[in-house]
Design a protein around this ligand. Structure first.
Ligand code: 6PG
Length: 472
């Protein structure tokens, strides 16, 4: 049986309800369902006038849809997704499309794609970014999976997506490509947030700037090359007064960062793929350190505190350091995406990914338009930092960036992401480094061999203990 609904949304929590409302606001006929009927009733009580086709059972939902059916799952990542697929799957027909719009792990998406394909269902894992407001007004959407689904879902998703440099939805590739792309988006989001957190502490603790002065700086940055959603909200946050006190609300917040896991997944994937991701990993670690409160309290009682003012630090230097570290972080994130795409055969177009991140998503920024241009100029670009225009900015920023990191280290103000990015750059562009010694150590204790500069193709082993020693 088939009906006249264009699309269905299952899972009517805030994200699901807002996405359903978004589809509806674009003139689509939207069938909705939630396992707990009171959740559907809540949507209808609040927004029923917008005209949804409310369904009480999965069967009813399937019957309400045009064929091929497009069912978007907006349920909490994990077992709930499998449960919903099981309940709806048996009512669907070959050629119908299941779209998981949650923050699922890409490996789960790949497993589900294979299972769905066995029933001739077309499975799509779609990253959706932009939070509650994005879901309602226009998110950035990152679909990937069974390629046959794309021509069917494309006109539907294009109606709902944000508009930046074009409509912010693009086919990311096969299998778990959509959720992989969203995972990297979230890793980059962690990096951006940590970097902003670090410059905030430098302004507050290092420079002793008050909240209005900090806000002014962030607002200024938001008018320049750092213009982005996260800088904009940071300006708003630091300027917000505590409704229960006199000072800034941000200073009344417990210094313990939560995380649902997507940033950590990004680091884990990078380690497994052998792709360096120091900025994002520093951000993941910083959240972990922040949340180990008992250990921090114990450490404060025993270890000396080193926070000192660094009045000589220039705000312009902070801008340079933040921008350059951000660039390094994006270079690492895109490197991971490209490596995964090659290894997994996803076929991700990095320029397109940058384009669909120009609006709607949490990391939306003017900067992403330039990232897109860099990949358009050279789709094989080995690293964003090698794009001539970015390389030039990086070279200009380096002295200021070093001043910021050095001053922070001396003052005892932790800047793990700013410094990890800088160390990454120094390693990437360094001619000779610690690896020479590491190879010698490996060869000494394990006969793992090393290669000489003058004969790089011939691994050799040396009996190090028997070598003549150099003396002064
Ligand atoms: C987005 C966000 C969104 C959410 C994350 C972050 O792109 O809209 O990334 O997915 O905010 O879940 O969560 P954590 O900071 O809790 O990991």
């Amino acid at each position: 049986m088939s009906g006249n609904a264009d699309i269905a949304v299952i899972g009517l929590g805030v994200m699901g309800a807002n996405l359903a409302r978004n589809f509806r606001s674009r003139g689509l006929t939207v069938a909705v369902h939630n396992r707990r009927t009171e959740v559907t009733e809540h949507l209808l009580a609040e927004h029923g006038a917008e005209g949804f086709v409310a369904c009480t059972t999965p069967e009813e939902l399937v019957a309400a849809l045009k064929t091929p059916r497009v069912v978007v799952l907006m349920v909490t990542a994990g077992q709930a997704v499998d449960a919903v697929i099981a309940s709806i799957g048996e009512h669907l027909e070959p050629g119908d499309i299941l779209v998981d719009g949650g923050n699922s792990h890409y490996a789960d998406t790949e497993r589900r794609s294979v299972a769905a394909a066995a029933h001739d269902l077309l499975y799509v894992g779609m990253g959706v970014s932009g939070g509650e407001e994005g879901a309602l007004l226009g998110p950035s959407m990152m679909p990937g999976g069974d390629t046959r689904a794309w021509p069917v879902i494309r006109p539907l998703m294009e109606k709902a997506a944000a508009v930046g440099q074009g409509t912010c939805v693009a086919w990311c590739g096969r299998g778990g490509a959509g959720h992989y792309t969203k995972m990297v988006h979230n890793g980059i989001e962690y990096g951006d947030m940590q970097l902003l957190g670090e410059v905030f502490t430098l302004m507050r603790d290092g420079l002793g700037m008050d909240a209005p002065a900090q806000a002014e700086v962030f607002e200024g940055w938001n008018r320049g090359r750092l213009s982005s959603f996260l800088v904009e909200i940071t300006a708003g946050i630091v300027a917000s007064r505590d409704p229960q006190g006199a000072g800034p609300l941000v200073d009344a917040i417990l210094d313990e960062a939560g995380q649902k896991g997507t940033g950590r997944w990004t680091s884990v994937q990078a380690v497994e793929a052998g792709v360096p991701l120091p900025t994002i990993t520093a951000a993941v670690d910083a959240r972990a350190i922040s949340s180990r409160r008992a250990q921090r309290t114990a450490a404060r009682a025993v270890l000396p505190r080193g926070v000192a003012r660094i009045p000589e630090l220039a705000v312009e230097d902070l801008e340079q350091a933040l921008y350059a570290a951000k660039l390094a972080s994006y270079a690492q994130g895109f490197d991971l995406l490209r490596t995964a795409s090659e290894e997994r055969g996803y076929g991700i177009d990095l320029g397109e990914v940058a384009r669909i991140w120009t609006a709607g998503c949490i990391i939306r920024a003017a900067f992403l338009g330039r990232v897109r241009e860099a990949f358009q100029r050279d789709p094989e670009l080995p690293s964003l930092v090698l794009d001539p225009s970015f390389a030039e900015e990086l070279a200009t920023a380096l002295p200021a960036w070093r001043r910021v990191v050095a001053a922070a280290v001396i003052a005892g103000i932790p800047v793990p992401a700013l410094s990890a990015s800088l160390a990454w750059i120094d390693q990437v562009r360094g001619e000779r480094g610690a690896a020479q010694l590491i190879q010698a150590q490996r060869d000494w204790f394990g006969a793992h061999t090393y290669r000489r500069l003058d004969a790089p193709d011939a691994p050799i082993h040396t009996d190090w203990a028997s070598l003549e020693r150099l003396h002064r």
